[in-house]
Design a protein around this ligand. Sequence first.
Ligand code: MLT
Length: 248
Amino acid sequence: MRVDVLFGVQQLTPQDVQGRVVAVIDVLRASTTIAVALANGARAVMPTESPDDAVTRSKQLERGAYRLAGERRMLKMEGFDLGNSPVEHSREAVEGKTILLSTTNGTKALLAVQGARDVVVASYVNLAAVSTMLRTALRGGADITLVCAGHERQFALEDAACAGRYVHAVSKRLSGLVLNDAAFAASLIDKKFGDNLMRLFTTAAHGRALAAAGFGDDLTACAAVDSFSVIPVYQDRQITLLGPDRER
Ligand code: MLT
């Protein structure tokens, strides 16, 4: 079995994900926000191609049943209900709603991995829950690809570090696993920062940009390891929680 890491989706080919279990990581902030929204009772999160696509798709839903959410240049779009801040996706804001989400990198990465056997949304806040699901898949003979969304077609340090944490968590005490070089590199980055995720985030360019834009609380929320025991799975154009009605 393989555990591969991909830094970005630009070079992604169907073979990288076909038949595999894929975890998409955009720690700052899309994958964290998706986990938080679903943990807070959102009915589903629908990744959309663009803000216009989100608006178009909202027309097929009942008024009051959805929230338009996402960001461009880190900020909520005009006419949208919510930004891409995990703090904003509170129970009060999202419970029972379908979140139509458009973000710069995270939702694009999710849309790029179609063809995978399963797609799961991974971050620090749901590390243990998602790692358990991935380990079960590995034990069952599946290959895993951890896809780092990156930032504006560039390598993103925080996604690589988080992928490294997953590599460590899923491969613990499993023999015969083959890792690609990016998985080894991601593990080294994770080891370099260890549990000091605020140092990781304030070293990473996007983390610094978020702090400068007044989203310091989001960094704290994104660093809250295992604060939510949720496994968000992307299937049939929507992300919902893996549970009794959505088994793997
Ligand atoms: C993205 O998808 O590009 C990000 O999550 C950007 C952000 O809102 O911080």
